[in-house]
Design a protein around this ligand. Structure first.
Ligand code: PNS
Length: 160
């Protein structure tokens, strides 16, 4: 069975991420959605909650996907999943710079690691988790961008 690791902060998972996972399933039998922590990004939503929300958003894909958290280096985690493939979505040229830096660093750490970069569907090319969090924090409607379970989660957060 071929599998690929899709790492990210997923804070929260958006329709753009879900679309990448769905399309990757035409290339791989299984996608491991791996929630990591980035030193540069806001870690305010706890890992367990992000995992639960990812599982809700990807529930329609059944056992073709698993959702896990990981600590430490991505290359070590990828190896532990018995694959060498890493999946990422690309929205813009700015993403490309960031991805190219990350993939080059990771390939320096492990030269067998191979990246599969899928262009984000045009419809979601403007979408980012940080903008979704901002809109939600300001009381806006995020239901066009995320699974209903995630919109509900942020609504409850705003009320508590
Ligand atoms: O969706 P994001 O926030 O761009 O995801 C970033 C993530 C989690 C993929 C990245 O920070 C990562 O790979 N973290 C693991 C630690 C690691 O291996 N760092 C070295 C990367 S060059």
């Amino acid at each position: 069975m071929s599998s690929v690791v899709y790492p990210g902060s997923f804070n929260p998972i958006t329709h753009g991420h879900t679309n990448i996972v769905e399309r990757a399933l035409s290339l791989f039998d299984h996608v491991v959605v791996a929630i990591g922590t980035s030193v540069d990004k806001d870690p305010t939503t706890y890992l367990a909650e992000r995992m639960e929300l990812c599982r809700a958003a990807l529930g329609h894909l059944g056992d073709q996907i698993t959702v896990e958290g990981f600590n430490g280096l991505l290359v070590d985690y990828v190896r532990s999943k018995n694959t060498r493939f890493v999946l990422r979505g690309l929205r813009t040229l700015t993403d490309y710079d960031y991805e190219f830096q990350m993939l080059s660093m990771n390939q320096s750490l492990d030269q067998d690691i191979e990246y599969v970069l899928l262009p984000t569907a045009h419809k979601w090319s403007f979408l980012s988790s940080s903008r979704v969090r901002e809109i939600a924090a300001l009381g806006g409607d995020i239901s066009n961008f995320v699974h209903p379970a995630i919109a509900d989660y942020y609504k409850e957060q705003a009320q508590s």
